[in-house]
Design a protein around this ligand. Structure first.
Ligand SMILES: *[C@@H]1O[C@H](CO)[C@@H](O)[C@H](O)[C@H]1NC(C)=O
Length: 190
């Protein structure tokens, strides 16, 4: 092999070893897949909580049947309301500490999530009391429409912005607030 041939072979080897990974990292950051997985998992949880709230609003399920549906959401399994704090912890670790909007939304969620789980527990514990159930459903709608879902949108946006290649997503609300935002559901008087 001539010297020129050896140099050309070495050049083409180094170009091919460098080029492939460089193309991949440019499109997909290390956190992109985890971001997408947790956003999708959280959207699944939201869809199930929305289904519960829509069923309650429509009166399709009432009393013990509705309470049973609430108890499923309280199990710490994918798709449940009790899985939402897991998604929050995962995505909070993927936002930039400098992103004050996403960080404060994450902190707000950590303090208000308990209210959703608490009101679901109220429904489970009062399956025979239609007035208590109705009030707890209103409280959950109040929390989710006005605070929880808009905060989740900020956490999604923060994680997507900080992990190149992740797919942006927004929440949808239950039928009482299809587009969640502050003021999208009138909270019950306390
Ligand atoms: C129910 O939700 C309200 C907010 O709408 C909250 O103030 C209250 O503490 C929650 N109840 C429980 C038992 O967590």
């Amino acid at each position: 092999m001539s010297l020129q041939a050896i140099v050309l072979t070495l050049l083409s080897l180094s170009v091919s070893t460098i080029a492939a990974p460089a193309r991949i990292t440019a499109r997909l950051s290390p956190g992109a897949a985890t971001t997408n997985d947790n956003i999708q998992g959280w959207l699944d949880n939201i869809a199930n909580v929305n289904g519960f709230l829509n069923t309650a609003a429509a009166g399709t399920l009432t009393g013990p049947a509705l309470a049973n549906s609430a108890s499923l959401l309280l199990q710490d399994i994918p798709g449940a309301a009790a899985d939402e704090p897991n998604r929050l912890m995962a995505l909070s670790g993927l936002i930039s500490p400098a992103d004050t909007t996403a960080v404060s939304a994450s902190e707000d969620l950590m303090t208000i999530f308990g209210g959703v789980l608490g009101n679901l527990t109220t429904i489970v514990d009062n399956s025979g009391d239609a007035a208590v159930i109705s009030s707890a459903v209103d409280q959950i709608n109040c929390l989710r429409c006005n605070f929880v879902l808009p905060d989740i949108d900020q956490v999604f946006a923060g994680a997507v912005a900080n992990n190149a290649g992740a797919t942006s997503a927004t929440t949808v609300g239950p039928l009482v607030c299809p587009i969640p935002a502050a003021g999208s559901f009138v909270c019950p008087a306390t």
